[in-house]
Design a protein around this ligand. Structure first.
Ligand code: UDP
Length: 255
């Protein structure tokens, strides 16, 4: 029997457990019956969660793992507790390792045409996983096209689905369509396919160590700079506007 511990952040349960426990929970889901949607939450996703009701619904039924220093800061500030961080780029690689060990396969959905194929070649080389399908993320949003994509994923037999459509699109897509893909784990991975494909570089290690990768990304993407900075400032002001309300943790049982 496997336990994960959580912290309650504005009504949303965020994983507090160590990485090993989270990976064990993933292992169990793909080895046994059941399925799981996973959200890696950074400050931008937390901002959407706090301000978009449609997004709240998409996140409430998913396993939310913290990704990013902004969210760690907010949880520390609000709940006076520390949480572990799971950067999506690294979690994705761990998931591929788990799939490879268990003989399960992965499907990559999202990013610009050609990117997922390059990311697949990298992940196969790096982890030994078998990627059984790729699909770019610039499709018509009509139901017919989306159901077609779900069919393709389902026919591939993939146990793990990476969705890289950016937030909040990918979480909303997963909420609506994940069940139809017949995958066991569906996870929103944001710009990770671009990183694995080598289209976008991660920040140098010293910047990662200083927890400033988010700033590096903002500065590297001028188009989004103002929107993201605005969202981060709003998020900080929302979190700052209420005091610490004590820590609430709970255990959730995965069977
Ligand atoms: N993307 C996509 N379809 C869309 C919008 C975005 O496939 O309609 C992809 C985009 O190419 C990138 C990934 O989603 O690979 C993440 O996009 P973005 O950088 O905008 O999101 P963020 O990383 O900020 O969540």
């Amino acid at each position: 029997m496997e336990y994960l511990s959580f912290v309650d952040f504005y009504g949303l349960r965020i994983v507090k457990s160590e990485k090993a426990a989270v990976l064990k929970a993933f292992h169990r889901v793909i080895e046994m019956d059941g399925n799981l949607r996973v959200t890696t939450m950074n400050a931008q996703i937390a901002y959407y969660y706090l301000t978009m009701p449609a997004y709240q619904a998409a996140l409430n039924d998913s396993l939310v793992v913290p990704d990013g220093v902004g969210l760690s800061w907010a949880v520390k500030k609000r709940m006076n507790t520390r949480i572990n961080r799971f950067p999506g780029v690294e979690l994705g690689i761990e998931l591929c390792r788990i799939a490879a060990e268990s003989g399960k396969t992965v499907f990559l959905y999202g990013s610009k045409p050609g990117v997922a194929e390059k990311a697949a070649a990298f992940l196969e080389r790096e982890t030994g996983v078998r990627i059984v399908g790729c699909r770019h993320g610039f499709n018509d949003s009509d139901e017919e096209t989306q159901y077609g994509i779900c069919r393709k994923i389902s026919e591939s037999g993939a146990s793990i689905l990476f969705v890289a459509l950016g937030a909040p699109k990918q979480e909303i897509w997963l909420e609506k369509y994940f069940e139809k893909t017949n995958a066991r784990i569906g996870i929103g991975v944001g710009g990770s396919l671009d990183v694995w494909a080598g289209v976008v570089k991660r920040a140098p290690t010293w910047i990662q160590r200083m927890n400033l990768e988010w700033l590096y990304r903002i500065l590297k993407s001028p188009r989004k700079k103002f929107k993201v900075i605005f969202q981060l400032l709003k998020f900080i002001s929302i979190v700052n506007s209420d005091g610490i309300d004590g820590s609430r943790e709970e255990k959730r049982r995965y069977e």
